[in-house]
Design a protein around this ligand. Structure first.
Ligand code: ADP
Ligand code: MG
Length: 300
């Protein structure tokens, strides 16, 4: 495309809330064969809520919630916010919400898995089953059943280990964005394959992908794994777009031919992307590809 055509298209995109950084993304977007979507905060609303919980050790549910929230208070992850909010609904043995952050030390983020901290002398680990297994924390049959039942319902199960013992399980629900299904079927009509990548488990990911009509799912992927999937697709000669919102998506956004960040997402994702969807509406994935198609066909 000529510099003028790129400028016109960029301006048109901007007026529709689709910010395109540089001409290269615009030049590539019309060739996109696959759109890879992150799940949490991209296909889903990204405002997860704890809707059920169960304590599993001698700690009370309140204690488990408070200790978990103290560790989660340092993380920006949407699940962290859900856990903190849930704990805030309950009274606290370990002090007020404000004090919680003060009591936590040795905070650690395990990207795509959870968080850890030492809170009031208790070693707290919050995250998925994979994180617990990786930390050699035994999973009882009772806990395993809770996980399975939660995931069947397209929910995410968050486990809390205190001093190396599973002490609570939380069922977290994050509804799919209302436009997600339509966007995926529209992309299909454009000859574009839709793929989901997520750090979440296979069962939850599959349940959500069925709801949206996604063609293929890669679950339990870490940030580097997400980027690997993009590179594999590119290795087949495909031009690939990635849509994501999180820190955990930034490697994949950078690896993609066209990285698209959800406007409401984290700054790290926005910086790594070529296109920013300011309205955070998935319909604008189509807007961006369409704009490129129109811009490039006008030149030919
Ligand atoms: P996605 O790829 O869907 O955006 P992430 O890669 O951020 O998801 O996280 C993958 C999974 O890791 C989550 O579904 C959750 O089980 C777990 N997880 C990640 N961060 C946290 C956290 N801060 N607290 C609890 N669980 C977490
Ligand atoms: Mg996300």
């Amino acid at each position: 495309a000529t510099p003028t055509a790129v400028m016109v298209a960029t301006g048109k995109g901007a007026s529709q809330g689709v910010l395109i950084k540089g001409g290269s993304a615009l030049e590539k977007a019309h060739k996109v064969k696959a759109v890879v979507f992150d799940k949490t905060g991209t296909l889903t609303v990204g405002k997860p809520e704890v809707i059920h919980s169960r304590p599993f050790s001698s700690f009370s549910l309140q204690e488990v919630c408070d200790l978990a929230a103290a560790a989660e208070a340092y993380s920006e992850h949407p699940i962290s916010k859900a856990m903190v909010e849930y704990a805030n609904k309950l009274h606290s043995k370990y002090g007020s919400t404000k004090d919680r952050t003060m009591d936590a030390k040795d905070f650690e983020v395990h990207p795509g898995a959870g968080v850890g901290a030492v809170v009031c002398g208790e070693v707290v680990l919050v995250g998925n089953k994979r994180l617990m297994l990786a930390s050699n924390i035994p999973i009882s049959l009772e806990v395993e059943n809770y996980v399975v039942e939660t995931e069947k319902l397209a929910r995410t199960c968050v486990l809390v280990a205190l001093n190396g013992e599973i002490s609570g399980a939380f069922s977290v629900s994050d509804p799919v964005k209302p436009e997600a299904g339509q966007v995926v079927s529209f992309l299909r009509s454009m000859g574009i394959t839709s793929i989901m990548v997520t750090g979440d488990n296979q069962a939850t990911a599959t349940a959500i992908s069925r709801e949206v009509g996604i063609d293929a799912v890669f679950a339990e992927t870490n940030p580097a794994g997400k980027a690997e999937i993009i590179k594999d697709l590119q290795g087949r000669g495909w031009t690939v777009a990635m849509v994501g919102d999180g820190i955990n998506d930034s490697l994949a956004l950078a690896a993609a031919d066209v990285g698209m960040a959800i406007g409401a997402g984290t700054n790290v994702a926005i910086e790594a992307a070529d296109v920013v969807l300011m309205k955070s509406n998935l319909e604008d994935v189509v807007t961006a590809i369409d704009l490129s198609r129109k811009t490039l066909s006008r030149i030919r």
